[in-house]
Design a protein around this ligand. Structure first.
Ligand SMILES: C[S@@+](CC[C@H](N)C(=O)[O-])C[C@H]1O[C@@H](n2cnc3c(N)ncnc32)[C@H](O)[C@@H]1O
Length: 208
């Protein structure tokens, strides 16, 4: 039985190793689809204080609204270095911190918006991470997520289940996460559920 701490360590090391290649690997999808989906962040982040978890190499930085202070965290130091470089190139002042979403070092109810893109496929305990986001989100605040999930089709779901161990070893992401269920299990009320690509990639908005 692998402990929570060693699962997180394993996942962190995978992203540390992948950091130098991450942007290159994602370039085709980024140009074709991801960038336009990320752009929603600009309009959907509310309030003065926001938190991005799993900031990665900082691909969402260009879409941070100017009038909101955003703190961005990730548990991979190598990914954070790249995010820091991107922030400098863009001339943005963003507070970047090394932190595990499963154990956020923030008081309760401090952020108006908490958000993440393509993160809960790789968080070792996604429900715990989503509960932490709910804890730090103000009442009346919101959660924004862009995530890929296990397909609803029974046969395709099975194929994703079979391929999942290999994909996790290669890129650290689970392709068969039941993220909608996980969001509800963490106590969030889903308000918006936009299907972006078949029933696999979704934009989700939820309230605590
Ligand atoms: C697939 S990448 C997505 C990066 C970025 N959000 C994007 O859209 O390009 C997943 C990111 O989540 C981070 N991550 C995964 N689990 C995490 C955790 N428990 N706490 C903090 N960051 C985590 C990884 O280090 C990685 O940078």
């Amino acid at each position: 039985m692998i402990s929570k701490a060693s699962k997180a360590g394993l996942a962190r090391r995978r992203y540390d190793r992948l950091a130098f290649l991450y942007d290159l690997l994602e370039t085709p999808m980024e140009r074709l689809r991801f960038a336009s989906w990320r752009a929603r962040i600009r309009d959907r982040v509310i309030g003065n204080q926001a938190l991005e978890v799993g900031v990665g190499t900082g691909k969402n930085l260009p879409y941070y609204p100017r009038c909101t202070d955003v703190i961005a965290v990730d548990f991979s130091p190598r990914m954070l270095e790249r995010a820091q470089r991107r922030a400098s190139v863009l001339g943005l002042e963003v507070e970047l911190r090394e932190m595990d979403v499963q154990n956020l070092a923030f008081p309760d109810c401090v952020f108006d918006t908490v958000f993440a893109t393509f993160v809960f496929c790789s968080v070792p305990d996604p429900v715990l991470g989503l509960k932490q986001l709910r804890r730090v989100c103000k009442p009346g605040g919101r959660l924004l997520l862009l995530e890929h999930v296990r397909p609803g089709n029974a046969l395709l779901g099975l194929v994703f289940d079979l391929l999942n161990p290999m994909v996790v070893r290669m890129i650290g992401a689970n392709i068969n996460r039941r993220t909608m269920e996980n969001i509800c299990r963490a106590g969030w009320q889903i308000r918006v559920q936009d299907r972006l690509s078949s029933d696999i990639v979704w934009w989700v908005e939820a309230e605590p």
